[in-house]
Design a protein around this ligand. Structure first.
Ligand code: 13P
Length: 339
């Protein structure tokens, strides 16, 4: 375990002005998003699509790291350079999704536990050789009738902590991602109490496994209303999320990189911006968005070779807006500006 490398990687990932692009969709997930736009889900289309992001001119100004999928970390750009090397040449850190997905939790209908611990030590060794310096593991917590159960919160927190300890042993920074889903009719109060509990239990398990907190990045969902409930204001989401984090996340954690979780592109940016306007905080607050960085670019590209450049511009616009939000310097007028 290279402690200095872990600390340095974690700090670089969350340095103000930059954030993480989550481009680690599993085959079924990206397949669904492609299908909705009539794009064929071939390996080559996935490669070309992701290359569009990695080769976007000036991406390194806004993006500190990219989360790759197993297929992607083994792929090369059109010139034959491995994606991980291409990113490293731009001072962007390659990361890798290592969980094997959320599977039904026995005895708890509607709930899941994230799998992937078996054989993880060997996979991490290979990923380090392929250039990965951070990893991601996503636990999924649902809010609903009787949910989340104790069993769901505890098993996911335990697995996250075992994953994090294995990553650090391999000198790979773990992104610890406990996502409380927005799906449901619950109000923001319920989301706040569930998220507070989930983060408390997660940090308790991290401590029990001896995880070094200055060598992780936390990737939480924001405290927000359910998709079927009345919308909370931008300020309310920002204030509730900050209160929840202040109550649960030790100051040793260098940074918190939020997921977007189905929020609109502009909401995800506005929430991050509103939180950073209320700083300084003990940790840097940045983004690790998937959909909120990619959705518009994917639509613009639509699988057409001649639309690579406009797709790339659509991505850079979102990346620029989110970069400004890490400094609390985003203005809604930036949304009108052409890419
Ligand atoms: P979203 O920003 O689309 O929620 O994706 C982030 C992610 O990595 C989910 O695991």
């Amino acid at each position: 375990m290279d402690i200095a490398l872990l600390q340095q990687t974690a700090r670089r990932m969350v340095a103000p002005g930059r954030g993480v692009l989550a481009a680690d969709e599993s085959h079924p997930t990206i397949g669904k998003r492609f299908a909705a736009l009539g794009i064929e889900a071939s390996e080559e289309n996935r490669r070309v699509y992701r290359q569009m992001f990695f080769q976007s001119p000036g991406i390194e100004e806004f993006i500190s790291g990219v989360i790759l999928f197993d297929e992607t970390i083994r792929q090369c750009d059109d010139q034959g350079t491995a994606f991980a090397q291409l990113l490293a040449s731009k001072d962007i850190i390659a990361g890798i999704k290592v969980d094997r997905g959320a599977k039904p939790l026995a005895g708890h209908p509607g709930e899941t536990v994230t799998e992937g611990l078996d054989g993880l030590r060997d996979r991490l060794t290979e990923y380090f050789q392929l250039g990965a310096r951070f990893a991601k593991w996503r636990a999924v917590i649902s809010i609903g009738d009787g949910m989340p159960s104790r069993a769901s919160v505890e098993t996911d927190a335990h697995a996250l902590a075992r994953y994090a300890a294995l990553c650090q042993e391999a000198s790979i920074v773990p992104i610890v991602e406990p996502e409380v889903l927005m799906d449901g009719n619950h109000d923001i109060d319920t989301c706040e109490s569930v998220t507070t509990d989930v983060l408390q239990r997660t940090f308790s398990h991290l401590a029990a496994q001896g995880v070094m907190l200055d060598g992780i990045v936390l990737k939480p969902s924001m405290v927000i209303h359910g998709t079927g409930a009345a919308a909370a204001t931008i300020d309310e989401v920002a204030e509730r999320t900050l209160r929840c984090l202040q109550r649960t996340v030790p100051a040793a954690v260098p940074g918190i990189a939020f997921l977007s979780g189905g929020q609109s592109d502009e909401d995800a940016t506005a929430h991050l911006d509103a939180m950073n306007r209320r700083g300084p905080h003990p940790w840097n607050l940045t983004f690790s968005y998937g959909r909120a960085l990619q959705a518009h670019a994917m639509q613009t590209w639509g699988g057409a070779p001649e639309a690579i450049e406009t797709g790339s511009q659509a991505f850079l616009k979102r990346a620029r807006c989110n970069s400004a939000a890490t400094r609390g310097a985003w203005e809604s007028s930036m949304e009108q500006a052409t890419a």
